[in-house]
Each structure stands twice: as C-alpha cells, then as structure tokens.
Design a protein around this ligand. Structure first.
Ligand SMILES: NC(=O)c1ccc[n+]([C@@H]2O[C@H](COP(=O)([O-])OP(=O)(O)OC[C@H]3O[C@@H](n4cnc5c(N)ncnc54)[C@H](OP(=O)(O)O)[C@@H]3O)[C@@H](O)[C@H]2O)c1
Length: 423
C-alpha cells in the first residue's frame, strides 16, 4: 500500500498553480487529479503529466483521494463539491474565504460528523500564519479585539494616494495595471472581501459564528486625497480595517470600514499590498502579524502548510477530533453600528456665511458630541467652505442625530465623508 498522501486539486489558477509547483517534487504527496474549468487553457507551468478533468465532483467521489484541495473560489460549485467530498470521508484544505464565512459552521459540523477536518489557513491574510495562531497559538488568551488590514488592494490604493498624492481613480488604475486589483474591483473597494475575512477571524477569536449579512460595511470610494492629507495633519493615517471586538452586551462589535489610525500605532506603518492583523489577548497583550496577504507563492505556502499538517497527523487515531474547532454552533449577535463608539472625522461643505460654526457647535452639543479638533479649508469661488472636524469618542447614534440636524440646516451643502478613528 502506498504511504503517500493522495490529493485532488480543484482549481489551477493563481493559487492552485503555486500549490502544485510546491508539491510536484515532494515524494510524500501524490496529486491524483486536477479539476479546471477549461482544460485547453494555456498555463504558466507544464501540467501535462497530471490527470486533468473539468468535473470537480469527480475529485469528491474518487475513493483514491484523501485530501481535497479547493483553490477554485466562490460558492458555486465549491460549496457542493466540498460537502460531497466531506460526506465521502475526505479532508478539506481550502483558501476560500467566502465559502468559510458563509457556510463554515455547517461545513465544520458536517466534517465532525464524518470525522474529517477542514483547514483554511490561506482564507485570511494569504501567507501569514494567522488562522493557526488564533486557533492554537493564542488558546491561553481571552481575545478582546482583532483589527486587521486584510485587503491588499485597498491598502495599496490608500498608500499610493498618501505617498504619491494620487487621486482614488488614478491609484485604482495603477492597482489594476500592477495586477493587484481585479478588472471589477467592487468586492475590494466596497469592503465585501474584508467582511468575509473579519467574519472568519471573529468566529475564531470569539468562538462563535456570525452572519456576514449583519456586518456593517463602508468602502473607500468616498475618500479623497484631501482626507488623507488632513488625516495626516491631525496625526493619523487612513487604512481599510476589519474590526471585531467584544461589546458591552453579548453582541459582538464587528464592522468593516476605513479608519484613521494614529501614526504611532503598528497598523499605521503597514503599506502597499501587505496585510497585518493586530490582536489584543488577555495574556499575550498586543501582537501584530504582518506579511504578504496574497500572491501565488505566499498563498500556496499557507495551503501547502495545511496539507502537510493534515498528512503528518492523518494516520493517528482520532486525529480529526484534535483539530475540531472550538466554535459554538450558536450564532452570535452583531451589535448595530449605531451602538458602536468611536471618535469621528467629518468633512462637510457649507455656505460661507456667518453663524455656520455656531450652528455646528450647537448641533453637536445638543446631541452630546464633543469636538476634538477643527479646521476650515479656504472658500471656493462659489462660496463653499470645506470644514473638517474630529470628535471625541461618542456613540454612533448620537453622532448620526447631530449630523441629521446639520444636514437639514440651510447653511449645509453636504456632509461629504464621515470616517471613524481607531482608539
Ligand atoms: N489569488 C490570491 O492571491 C489569493 C489569496 C488568498 C486566497 N485566495 C483564494 O484562493 C482561491 C483561488 O483564487 P485564485 O486567485 O487562484 O483564483 P483563479 O486564479 O481565478 O483560479 C481559479 C481556478 O479554479 C478553476 N475553476 C473555477 N471554477 C471551476 C469549475 N466550476 N470547475 C473546475 N474548475 C474551476 C479555474 O479553472 P480555469 O483555470 O480553467 O479557469 C481556475 O483554475 C479563491 O477562493 C481566493 O479567494 C486567493
């Protein structure tokens, strides 16, 4: 009987190619078959000696395959293929954040039932060993907060805007030209990608799943180079953040939005396509893991690490139980954004008329919002004044009430952007 661990690889794109390249000369593994959408496609490497098919369910049904490696992405058909493979007794290694964020609890339960495991190190933070850190390395801790830069595309765009004074549109175009942003960048710039990732991190940190649809999300499209410049003048850098922390009630405070990060905070120094995750734990204190959050070999490093971990343990009795996730089956509530507390950065355009400042002060005062800093940027020819304010910590619903009052006032042209400040 062969002592090799047998694999089926579903997907041969950016990540799958890296996985096969790392494993092809490893005598411990036998890649039985690879599924792709289009067998005729020209590939970066020569895969002609592998059995290739266009039906991933064949991998799920093949009794000769021990581990199904899902690096295709998306829900359809990955969800059904993975379920079928689990039901057939196969272990799963996946890089698919959407699959784990949306269907993780159901898949973990199914895996427990069939005594197999699901590893997903590459699903968040690419090559950074983050999932295993939360799952195993930090077991002695009560984690109170996870805050991460987990989308390289938005971090690249914001870095370009700051360092090279680019507009959002120019920085996005550069990210696309460099291959960091998709032709349709919506999932990245509107924060959807980060929602999946923070949902996964939250479920590991707080050991309870949450529903992705409940997570508040704000993208980076409203941010201008002026905001980045002003934030810097106030002592902050702008970053797209996935945040998950314990709230006052049982509900978890989980959200995705750009934030002003104090320049001295470790997350403020994370530039370009890098990812970083800042974790606060009761015993360890504060740690930050940083590194390449995407790319062929960094991501393949995480996938192959999972494969090797499973292969080295798979022959042990009850091995799957050892790797069972300590995640409750009860879904945790997510705190409504109005209940969250933040400092705020607000940029608004007003008519340049007497009494504007007094009115703003009174509207904020009425709703208990206390101001930290204030600046006015010139007045345009059409009599528009740009005013930028920073507030102290306040409940979001109080801020929103003040902003409603300000919006209704005749001297207000528009509230252009409201951003939160990390404390
Ligand atoms: N790219 C990264 O840096 C990165 C980082 C972290 C996590 N991930 C995750 O890794 C996964 C894969 O990403 P990727 O960038 O490698 O994607 P990709 O380059 O688009 O590759 C997807 C692969 O899956 C195959 N595929 C898709 N649908 C299929 C179907 N119905 N039947 C058979 N094969 C199918 C495609 O076949 P064809 O080649 O024939 O089209 C392709 O080989 C995703 O879940 C992604 O979120 C990626």
């Amino acid at each position: 009987m062969s002592t090799k661990t047998t694999l089926g690889i579903f997907g041969l794109g950016t990540v799958g190619t890296g996985v096969v390249a790392l494993l092809r000369d490893n005598p411990q593994f036998d890649i039985r078959a690879i599924s792709v959408r289009d067998r005729g496609k020209t590939r970066d490497l020569d895969f002609s000696h592998f059995e290739m098919n266009q039906d991933p369910f064949k991998l799920a049904d093949d009794p000769g395959i021990e581990i199904l490696v899902e690096v295709a992405g998306g829900i359809d058909p990955a969800y059904e293929v993975v379920k079928r493979a689990i039901a057939n007794g196969k272990h799963i290694v996946t890089a698919n954040k959407e699959l784990i964020a949306k269907h993780g609890p159901e898949l973990f339960a199914l895996a427990n039932q069939h005594n197999v495991t699901i590893f997903f190190e590459a699903a968040v933070g690419g090559g950074i060993p983050l999932i295993s850190t939360l799952q195993r390395g930090l077991q002695a801790n009560r984690v109170s907060r996870v805050a991460g830069i987990v989308n390289g595309t938005t971090n690249y765009i914001l870095t370009k805007m700051e360092r090279e004074q680019k507009t959002f549109a120019d920085a996005l175009a550069e990210a696309q030209a460099a291959g960091y942003a998709e032709a349709d960048p919506t999932d990245d710039i509107e924060g959807r990608d980060v929602v999946y990732k923070i949902a996964i991190l939250s479920s590991l940190a707080f050991q309870a799943p949450i529903e992705v649809d409940k997570i508040y999300r704000q993208g980076i499209t409203q941010i201008t180079d002026l905001d980045i410049k002003l934030a810097r003048e106030f002592g902050y850098r702008l970053k797209m953040i996935g945040l998950a922390q314990r709230g006052e009630s049982d509900a978890l405070d989980v959200r995705v939005h750009p934030m002003l990060i104090p320049v001295g905070h470790p997350l403020a120094g994370v530039d370009g396509v890098n990812n970083a995750i800042f974790i606060s734990g009761s015993a360890v204190g504060e740690i930050m893991l940083m590194g390449p959050g995407a790319g062929r070999y960094p991501t393949a490093s995480a996938v192959v690490g999972d494969i090797i971990n499973i292969a080295s343990a798979v022959k042990l009795p009850d091995f799957a139980q050892y790797f069972q996730l300590p995640i409750s089956s009860n879904v945790s509530e997510v705190m409504p954004i109005g209940e969250s507390e933040n400092g705020y950065y607000i940029r608004l355009e007003t008519h340049d008329s007497p009494g504007v400042i007094g009115h703003l002060g009174s509207a904020f005062g009425t709703h208990g919002v206390s101001l930290h800093s204030f600046t006015q940027r010139g007045v345009t020819e059409d009599g528009t004044a740009t005013i930028v304010l920073l507030t102290h910590q306040v409940k979001e619903k109080q801020l929103q009430a003040a902003l409603e009052e300000i919006t209704a006032h005749p001297t207000t042209k528009q509230i252009s952007v409201v951003l939160r400040v990390l404390s």
